[in-house]
Design a protein around this ligand. Structure first.
Ligand SMILES: [Zn+2]
Length: 452
């Protein structure tokens, strides 16, 4: 891990004011927990987990690790799960909408830092930004990796790559309309080291939406090959089974949304089971419109109160809510959400790889996404894997992240109630650890007032 030792060396040189988010030399022992390790294995009671140099170093029955020196955290009656991973966000602050509704590149770092804090506060230790202003998100990613900000691990695409005028061709996107002419622009994107390439394959002329141009599939295949040849994985925004199939057979590594334009077929479920192409769940965005329209009380939950300012909550209740009540899209998505849930359950039952993602902008949405997966009939134990190890698989990082196993990066959440009995117990957060360091949740720069 050359990168790691480099960033560490830089930290030593850096000023003392820098947050030390890198690995600590101190040994921490989670003593006598019930371990839910993220692999889908059954919970194991009476376990101790030792964390050294930012990694899980020993996992064994509590009595055998009683002699290990270090800071002990009493885990009696507690449940230790891996840090949660949201593999589809768009960090706030990178795009602004003008008075006339135009989307422009933004750079509101304070807003971004508050949103990142809301993820950590909510037990989310890694996020994948699935399309944003590249200057904004890559700068924050650099800061996160150097340890100078309090943030979950940031993985980012930067700008989306697609056909001009197609879905996602907003601020900072890279157009492809001709090959090999498009390569020069792609090289500029690749030089910024995107963690994953994000494409879009969506004509969008469904539901209540207008028709827009579609990225031609042969062009898409060339772009996928080009990024893969540079060692970069690829994902695609698509929402129909037909387009998802086209993307899969063009060589895509991941799908960034479920099938939401209609029911998924049994054959598609079997295809997903055979190919093991990770599919991001993103139920929270589509269901979120009618949720706000019909039952805005969720904004009073503690995690939302911590994550949003009083002004933001007021605006959501008094301005956004009536606007969304009037939109056809709100009610279309309410109809389509159960269909998307059925499709996800079908793929899960066929052995497919689901990955938690919200397409939202704050941490609490992750817990709601898990509830929507439980409502789809997916067992809680599997949902924890979907929210952790499968996220690492989406990133191609399953060998060093995503589960509580010896040698992996120490990202974890300690809960006071059993999430396998009831998935909403993932909200009973007592402690969050990122990279072997216990996060001081009460001092995180979240936007909400609940902590003050
Ligand atoms: Zn998105």
């Amino acid at each position: 891990m050359i990168l790691f030792s480099k960033t560490r060396a830089r930290l030593v040189v850096a000023a003392t004011a820098v947050f030390c988010t890198l690995a600590q030399a101190d040994t921490v022992i989670f003593d006598n927990v019930t371990l839910i390790d993220g692999t889908g294995r059954d919970p194991l009671a009476g376990i101790s987990v030792v964390v050294e140099d930012g990694k899980f170093s020993q996992i064994a029955p509590a009595e055998t690790l009683a002699g290990v020196e270090g800071t002990r955290i009493d885990g009696t009656g507690r449940y230790l799960i891996p840090g949660l991973m949201d593999m589809h966000i768009h960090l706030k602050g990178g795009v602004t909408v003008t008075e006339t509704g135009l989307r422009e590149a933004g750079n509101d770092r304070q807003v971004g830092l508050a949103a990142l804090a809301s993820y950590l506060y909510s037990g989310v230790t890694a996020v994948y930004d699935s399309g944003n202003n590249p200057d904004y998100i890559f700068a924050l990613r650099d800061e996160e990796r150097s340890g100078s900000i309090e943030s979950p691990r940031i993985f980012a695409t930067g700008g989306i790559v697609t056909y001009p005028g197609s879905h996602g061709s907003g601020p900072g996107y890279t157009p492809v309309d001709d090959w090999p002419e498009a390569k020069a622009a792609l090289d500029d994107h690749i030089a910024r080291k995107p963690d994953i390439l994000k494409l879009t394959l969506e004509e969008r002329g469904w539901g209540a939406r207008p028709m827009i141009p579609l990225l031609p599939v042969d062009l898409m295949q060339k772009v996928i090959e080009y990024y893969n040849d540079h060692g970069i994985r690829t994902t695609v925004h698509t929402s129909s089974e037909r387009r998802a199939r086209q993307a899969i057979f063009a060589g895509i590594d991941n799908l960034s949304h479920p099938i939401i334009q209609g029911p998924a077929t049994e054959a598609f479920g079997r295809l997903m089971g055979a190919k093991k192409i990770p599919m991001v769940t993103t139920l929270a965005i589509g269901e979120g419109y009618s949720r706000l329209a019909e039952s805005p009380d969720f904004l009073d939950q503690p995690l939302y109160q911590a994550s949003l300012s009083a002004d933001e909550i007021e605006t959501l209740k008094t301005e956004t809510r009536p606007a969304w009540q009037e939109r056809k899209w709100t009610w279309w998505m309410q109809i389509m959400t159960p269909i998307a849930q059925e499709g996800l359950a079908l793929i899960h039952n066929a052995g497919g790889v689901l990955v938690l993602g919200t397409d939202q902008t704050i941490g609490p949405a992750v817990h709601h996404e898990m509830k929507l997966l439980a409502d789809a009939g997916i067992p809680a134990k599997d949902i924890i894997r979907i929210a952790t190890l499968n996220g690492a698989e989406f990133l191609g990082r399953e060998t060093d992240m995503g589960s509580i196993e010896v040698g992996k990066l120490a990202d974890a959440v300690l809960l006071t109630a059993n999430p396998v009995e009831d998935i909403t117990n993932t909200r009973s957060i007592e402690l969050v650890m990122k990279n072997g360091r216990v996060i001081d949740r009460q001092s995180l720069p979240v936007a909400g007032t609940a902590l003050r």
